[in-house]
Design a protein around this ligand. Structure first.
Ligand code: C2E
Ligand code: SIN
Ligand code: SIN
Ligand code: FE
Ligand code: FE
Length: 561
């Protein structure tokens, strides 16, 4: 604490008294004298508060009580000693009530008693002042604490929102974006990049970033083990680099670093099952090194982010595996029937077009969600999966089928539906299998009930199958088949329109009409390569294609069907 004022002011109208004070007290105290109340007040105003004031009571211009009252108003901490004659004592005490007088001394007063009184007054002053300082300090401390509590509460609330938001997101991209945005905001950084090992080619790539341009995001690639992120990822050890030297020491790669400014944090995103990625932070506000509070906050952010990212990566892997399974299954059918070529992909795209348009129809708005569209796109390739169970001489017959052969052919929908039902009964209950089963069973049903295999009519036919029916027939018509030539778009579209209400759901045909140009375009863009080959003899081409691809459906695969 800074040195406390020890100045003493003596006020008395008798100059010989003052002279005595000066002579005897000067050695011990920092003494100032005044000959009247007003002069004393003027000194206080000019020089600031004294620690102690010794004043006479009866003075002509202003008595000691009045003087002390006014002095106290200017400088409340000053400690007062009043010197009174015996006769005046009672008056003074009464006048002051509980005024601001520390000691009364009676005149004449021995000098050692006065000295002791002044010493005590100075001590009192010191106590009062330190108490005041302490109080002020406590008050600031309190305010600071309160501020910290408020801040911390806000931080916790913000973190809570972050975790809640994370759980609501359903794609890796969205989670990655939220992670970098929140990190940049909460840690007040100009540059943040989330690096993940998700893209092909190994190493870490920037999945999402704040403060980096798109080209940098695309281009930046860090092999595992290389500074900075790759080393953090390999060593399972986050790093905080506050100085240029630390940066150069840690990262021996000096050029081409995107994160080449300090302070820099490269935080490992770790889950119990291993590292997920790395979160890089740079350009903190004011270029201040990251403090302990910020690093603790970053740790919490990193933990929550790691788990959410891991979940999304798992989900993505599962989706990819799932799609690969479906496609592998469907390709089995396709390879038996080479001229269908890109049939499956086209049917997928047609289903997407039809569903997206139907979703704009209020009647279907609640049924056709984003996930319905994703599911139908994924499961529509399963519609003809049952064709693997149809023998070559029927499936690949170049000409028209006999009625008996066609009856056999029609079994493909039951075979396909049963196959998928089997998969579902083995415990794979994903949405896409459910829909794939509906589609396989019912894609040859007709709206008027005259289709197969069950003769369902109208809305008794699952919506997914009503959509696939249009997509499938449009594609069958516009593509070349073993048994028929390709038909131009206009003719195919006329057949679809013609069959609205009989073969097809009129709502789906309406969607087809609205999207007709897109159909025409897609049919052209995804046309089979085989269609373009100069082809005299379809059978020969098929044989060549089959020899080239040499993929046969293992009969056992579908044995359970
Ligand atoms: P796909 O070739 O994929 O044909 C699917 C559906 O498109 C057919 O179901 C039919 O509704 C429609 N479609 C195909 N070509 C024509 C056409 O020229 N005119 C009209 N109006 N509609 C057409 P569908 O008839 O139940 O046939 C199911 C599957 O049976 C066909 O699938 C195909 O693999 C096979 N198939 C049908 N007819 C013949 C045939 O004459 N010869 C051979 N080899 N296979 C046939
Ligand atoms: C003094 O202090 O000697 C003066 C006495 C008084 O004013 O009462
Ligand atoms: C890193 O190496 O940690 C990040 C990528 C870069 O700065 O180039
Ligand atoms: Fe079919
Ligand atoms: Fe088909």
């Amino acid at each position: 604490m800074e040195s406390v004022c020890r100045r003493v002011l003596c006020v008395d109208d008798e100059s010989n008294v003052l002279e005595g004070f000066r002579r005897q007290l000067r050695r011990k105290f920092d003494l100032t004298t005044a000959t009247s109340g007003p002069e004393g007040l003027a000194l206080i105003r000019e020089q600031g508060p004294f620690a102690a004031v010794v004043t006479d009571y009866s003075m002509p211009e202003m008595n000691g009580v009045e003087f002390l009252q006014q002095a106290h108003a200017i400088a409340p901490t000053m400690v007062a000693i009043m010197l009174t004659g015996r006769a005046e004592l009672r008056i003074a005490v009464t006048a002051l009530h509980e005024g601001h007088i520390f000691r009364f001394l009676q005149k004449p007063c021995p000098i050692d008693m006065l000295e002791r009184a002044i010493d005590e007054a100075l001590e009192q002053y010191r106590l009062v002042v330190s108490e005041q300082l302490l109080t002020a300090e406590l008050r600031t401390l309190n305010a600071e604490l309160e501020e910290r509590v408020t801040q911390r509460t806000a931080t916790i609330r913000r973190l809570h929102r972050f975790v809640t938001d994370l759980n609501g997101l359903d794609s890796l991209d969205l989670v990655a974006d939220l992670v970098v945005q929140t990190t940049a905001e909460m840690l007040n950084c100009g540059r943040v990049a989330l690096m993940l090992p998700v893209t092909q080619g190994g190493g870490l790539w920037i999945q999402a970033a704040v403060g980096l341009n798109e080209e940098t995001v695309e281009r930046t690639h860090v092999p595992i083990g290389e500074p900075i992120s790759g080393r953090v990822f390999r060593d399972l050890q986050s790093v905080v680099l506050n100085t240029r030297d630390e940066l150069l020491q840690y990262g021996d790669r000096r050029d081409g670093l995107v994160f080449n400014s300090v302070p820099l944090v490269s935080a490992l995103l770790l889950t119990p099952s291993g590292p997920v990625g790395v979160l890089n932070l740079a350009e903190p506000a004011g270029q201040q090194p990251f403090d302990a509070d910020q690093l603790a906050l970053l740790r919490t952010l990193a933990e929550a982010s790691a788990i959410a990212l891991r979940n999304q990566m798992r989900l993505r892997e599962r989706n990819e595996a799932r799609d690969a399974t479906i496609l592998a299954l469907a390709k089995l059918a396709e390879h038996r029937d080479p001229e269908t070529g890109a049939h499956l992909e086209r049917v997928q795209e047609y289903c997407r077009l039809l569903s997206e348009h139907l979703a704009t129809n209020p009647k279907y708005a609640t049924v056709i969600s984003k996930s319905f569209i994703e599911t139908i796109v994924r499961s529509s390739p399963l519609h003809d999966i049952g064709k693997v169970g149809i023998s070559d001489h029927i499936l690949l017959k170049p000409g028209r089928l006999t009625p008996h052969e066609f009856e056999t052919m029609k079994r493909h929908s039951i075979l396909g539906g049963d196959t998928i039902r089997n998969l579902i009964q083995q415990g794979r209950t994903q949405d896409f299998l459910q829909m794939g089963m509906e589609i396989a069973y019912h894609h040859h049903e007709k709206y008027n009930g005259k289709g197969y295999p069950f003769g369902l009519a109208g809305e008794a036919i699952p919506l997914s199958a009503r959509i696939v029916a249009v997509a499938d027939v449009y594609d069958a018509l516009t593509s070349k088949r073993v048994y028929k030539e390709a038909m131009p778009h206009e003719q195919a579209a006329a057949i679809i329109r013609e069959d609205a209400g009989s073969h097809f759901d009129p709502d789906v045909v309406a969607a087809f009409c609205a999207q007709e140009e897109h159909f025409r375009q897609l049919a052209r863009d995804l046309a089979d390569v085989l269609d373009e080959l100069p082809c005299e003899n379809a059978t020969e081409v098929q044989a060549a294609y089959r020899a080239a691809t040499a993929v046969r459906a293992p009969a056992t695969l579908l044995a359970g069907a």
